[in-house]
Design a protein around this ligand. Sequence first.
Ligand code: HEM
Length: 184
Amino acid sequence: MKGIVFNLLERCVSDAHGDDMWDDLLEAAGLDGAYTALGNYDDADLRALVGAAARRLGTDEAEIERWFGSTAMGHLAVRYPEIFAPHADLRSFLLALNDIIHPEVRRLYPGVDVPNFGMESESDRSLTLRYRSERQMCAFAVGLIQGAASHFGCPVRVEEPACRKRGADSCVLTCHFLKEEAHG
Ligand code: HEM
């Protein structure tokens, strides 16, 4: 996992709970916290930090991942406006994920290991993303989608009818767009 992800987590945790909380999480996870954006770090470090945050904040790891994804997306939108600007709404943004957005992320962060999503569109009111990654970060994906929904002002309800953590062979994220895009 690239250091940028750890840098974003530090930013989100420190903004919401203060710098001391980040230091506490590093200590609980047994990590020194020296992450540079382009460096590569063990996925287990991120899991340890998410686990420490869940224990410390009295919630579960999926909730932390969703919160992190949603909050991180706001920071990504400020940092990479050119990635968001071509899209008028959430649906357009999600449809560009495999072919434009994550490939652009690969250019910015060589060696990054971004997931590929199967996309199925039943109607213009919904879109299903099929997520298959050894990292099993579907809750993070849901948070990112919700953060993008806030950015574009497009409310969404995300259902997860299948999840690898519940024994399925992939996670299925169905996004229901709650507003007619054409009418703003
Ligand atoms: C709603 C849109 C997006 C979704 C659902 C999404 C989903 C994900 C997920 C689930 C991961 C975790 C890695 C894995 O599962 O193997 C990931 C990694 C990543 N994504 Fe995205 N992403 C989105 C948009 C973006 C955007 C806009 C950016 C940057 C501007 C971005 C940058 C990254 C980076 C840097 C990683 C780390 C990969 C690594 O360290 O190897 N993503 N993404």
